[in-house]
Design a protein around this ligand. Structure first.
Ligand code: ASP
Length: 345
């Protein structure tokens, strides 16, 4: 029998409505499982761990990611796969962070949650939970794990964890992977898209990483952005890296003050990564003059990375104490399938 470790961090899936206030609050994990008696029918041995107390995912942070990494590392040899129950709000950040922190991962780590609590009649939580456990236990004909990577399973779709973004606050279909195909689809059967799934060498072993550096900011352009405010942000002495959210294929206003301030930040050792404000598509800074000027200012392309993946990748790389130039080089490489390597950039 396959063994899956179910880690409950919190989120709507395990919440219950307070009869007085009407607000959703966390409840006991054992109660959560009692709402899914169907789990007993799965040919999988399920063990559980829970965050004490469970948290709304708005309170997720790097030390809790480290806690997840520690639980997975300590139990890595004893389980075939891992399912992490997580609030949807920051699930894409956690999935991205884990994909970098769990270097060499060769077993499934499936994050899931729900839009409605599992105790509610129309919940999407049961389906998401049951299918995630099935996927975490699934193997190829040779007995190796079917999906040896960090994924998000939500509403019939299995997606690479560092490619997803929460796309809806209220639909059951709440996540999308805009720039990478789904890894599996759960209909009557679970159909795997094997060609798109990472192949990992299990003999290399898992190398867990616990240190992330959060001296970063996500900084979004808009028409009318002010030089004094930009200067204030970019010159902050503790700031090390900037996720610079630009227009379209990576464009910024042709304002000398902006280019000069970006160049100044680069000279000061800050790493600036260009990520488009569009949900789909890639940064291509050589396409327009408005992008070209950014290359001259030392800005590096985030290619088709999500904001969540680019940010957590920077946290991870700065956490490795690499030089700014080495971090710029690593940002152009795919570490865990987070970018589609483009010959143009
Ligand atoms: N606020 C909740 C959370 O992210 C929402 C959810 O679980 O869907 O924890």
């Amino acid at each position: 029998m396959k063994k899956v470790l179910l880690i409950y961090t919190g989120g709507t899936i395990g919440m219950i409505q307070n009869p007085q206030s009407g607000a959703l609050e966390n409840f006991d994990f054992a109660q959560l499982l009692s709402h899914v008696p169907e789990l007993r029918q799965l040919p999988v041995q399920i063990s559980t761990r829970t965050f004490e107390p469970p948290i709304d995912s708005s309170d997720m942070n790097p030390s809790r990611w480290a806690e997840l990494v520690r639980i997975i590392d300590e139990n890595y040899d004893r389980f075939d796969g891992f399912v992490v129950l997580h609030g949807t709000d920051t699930m894409a950040f956690t999935a991205s962070a884990l994909s970098f922190m769990l270097e060499g991962l060769a077993k499934p780590v499936i994050l899931t949650g729900s839009q409605l609590p599992i105790g509610m009649l129309r919940t999407d939580g049961k389906e998401n939970l049951i299918t995630s456990i099935e996927i975490a236990a699934a193997t190829r004909p040779d007995g190796t794990p079917r999906v040896p990577e960090v994924c998000v399973f939500f509403h019939e779709k299995l997606m690479r964890g560092n490619r997803v973004t929460k796309s809806s606050a209220d639909e059951f279909d709440a996540f999308e992977s805009f720039n990478y195909p789904h890894l599996a689809t759960a209909g009557v059967d679970i159909t795997y898209n094997d060609k798109q799934i990472l192949h990992r060498d299990k003999d290399k072993g898992l190398t867990p990483h616990y240190t992330l550096d959060t001296n970063l900011i996500i900084f979004s352009l808009f028409p009318g952005i002010r030089p004094d405010i930009v200067r204030e942000v970019l010159s902050s002495p503790t700031l090390k890296g900037i996720i610079f959210r630009t227009f379209g294929s990576g464009n910024a206003p042709q304002q000398p003050w902006l280019v000069e301030q970006l160049a100044e930040a680069t000279r000061a050792g800050k790493v600036i990564v260009n990520i488009t404000q569009c949900t789909g598509g890639s940064v291509m800074m050589r396409r327009y003059e408005t992008g070209l000027q950014l290359i001259d200012a030392g800005v590096v392309s985030g290619q088709d990375s999500t904001v969540e993946a680019a940010l957590t990748k920077l946290m991870y790389l700065f956490g490795q104490h690499l030089t700014p130039n080495e971090i710029r080089r690593q940002m152009a490489r795919s570490l865990a399938g987070e970018i589609t390597m483009s010959p143009k950039e």
